[in-house]
Design a protein around this ligand. Structure first.
Ligand SMILES: *Cc1c(COP(=O)(O)O)cnc(C)c1O
Length: 383
């Protein structure tokens, strides 16, 4: 067994992480065509219409509204649902931090609840016990390759008269119980931000099957006939060729993640957010790992440093909201013990490597193993 790069060994991937977005001649074609034909500077060129039609068809939903960001789409969804002051919105304590702020943006109060111990995604039991008289909605995000069990969540929401914003910004194209992520909630959210699976640098979309909600959202999005937080025609045109590749890419990412799950099965203290035998299709903007520092034998900070030294795009996960926000700004569910563990123990891998040849995924498993085997030596290193 060779030495980890951080101890002077040769990095497994000396070229470092692959770029994203990746080089693509179809993108160059779009840019050249836009330049030649001049539609990049127009309000209307049919590209947004095409993208909306593709997204409607792909997701099998009635209404798609394009907008300027995923964050804005979450806010727009809450506004369409008429969530406002004195309302409470439940979300996972361990979630994309912007969602907490989007709830505040509409004047409502976040209710922070725990995550599931296997997936570190929103726990349905935790949602159930946190519902109070002022609770109006739930924000459910699929995070780091995990998926919220949407069928059970929607059953609970219907039973208790709650609305659901389903945030599929990290899970575009994923399938949950036979349906695409983003189509279970009363409204669904996609992001086309600079690092996302479908990327236009910026951008987002709201999905819904409810004509009334679509109209509410359209009213908020439009001022004097003009869209106030738009996706541009050029952005839409750049997304169209990526849409055609989404399914193949999601399949390839999942195949690589399965291999990684299997290759890591006997390394103590580390477990991906998903299992190799997951039903349907997860999608991976990030692949999350649950790190148990004491079982693995090394602090998360050191693990991330050591994996980065091998040439992999690894980062620590999110801060749990309760650790970052004033208690005056939220209500707290019964227990946040798992979210606490996620806060301290999540390590995430950025997705581009998951489209590379399998050897790089096997090498990532090898990197984890080598680092674990040298944990004692690594723990003893100075800064
Ligand atoms: C990226 C992301 C968003 C926000 O999307 P932007 O387009 O960057 O505003 C929202 N939710 C989740 C889960 C995300 O990962």
């Amino acid at each position: 067994m060779s030495l980890p790069a951080i101890l002077g060994g040769t990095p497994l991937r000396p070229q470092g992480p692959p770029a994203w977005p990746s080089a693509d001649p179809e993108i160059l074609d779009v840019l050249q065509q836009a330049g030649r034909e001049g539609w990049w500077g127009k309000y209307q060129a049919g590209k947004c219409d095409q993208l909306e039609a593709w997204l409607r068809d792909y997701h099998q939903v009635e209404h798609v509204l394009l907008c300027g960001s995923g964050n804005y789409a979450v806010e727009l969804g809450l506004r369409a649902l008429k969530i406002g002051p004195r309302d409470e919105v439940i979300l996972a304590d361990y979630d994309y931090p912007g969602n907490f702020l989007s709830i505040h943006a509409v004047g409502a109060t976040p209710v922070l609840v725990d995550v599931d111990s296997r997936s570190w995604n929103l726990s349905i039991d935790a949602v159930r016990t946190a519902i109070g008289p002022a609770t109006k909605a739930i924000v459910a995000s699929h995070i780091h390759g995990g998926r919220v069990p949407m069928r059970a969540l929607m059953e609970l929401a219907r039973e208790r008269g709650l609305q659901v914003v389903e945030d599929a910004a990290q899970a575009t194209g994923a399938i949950i119980d036979g349906r695409r992520a983003g189509t279970w909630g009363d409204v669904g959210v996609l992001s086309f931000g600079g690092s996302k699976l479908l990327s236009a640098g910026r951008g987002g979309a709201l999905l819904t099957n409810n004509a009334g909600l679509a109209q509410q959202a359209r009213n908020h999005l439009t001022r004097a006939g003009n869209i106030v937080c738009p996706l541009s025609e050029l952005q839409a045109a750049l997304l169209l060729p990526q849409c055609q590749k989404l399914d193949d890419r999601n399949a390839l990412r999942w195949a690589n993640v399965k291999l990684l799950c299997e290759a890591l099965a006997d390394v103590p203290g580390v477990r991906p957010f998903v299992q190799a035998d997951e039903p349907d299709l997860p999608a991976f903007f990030k692949l999350g790992f649950q790190l148990d520092e004491s079982a693995f034998g090394l602090s998360r900070e050191r693990v991330v440093k050591a994996l980065r030294a091998e040439g992999y795009a690894m980062d620590e996960g999110f801060a749990a909201a309760h650790t970052a926000r004033s208690p005056k700004r939220y209500r707290r569910g019964a227990s946040l013990a798992e979210a606490e563990r996620a806060h301290a123990g999540c390590v995430q891998l950025h997705h581009p490597i998951l489209l590379e040849p399998t050897v790089w995924v096997r090498d990532l498993a090898l990197a984890w193993r080598q680092i674990h085997n040298h944990a004692e030596l690594l723990a003893g290193l100075g800064e």
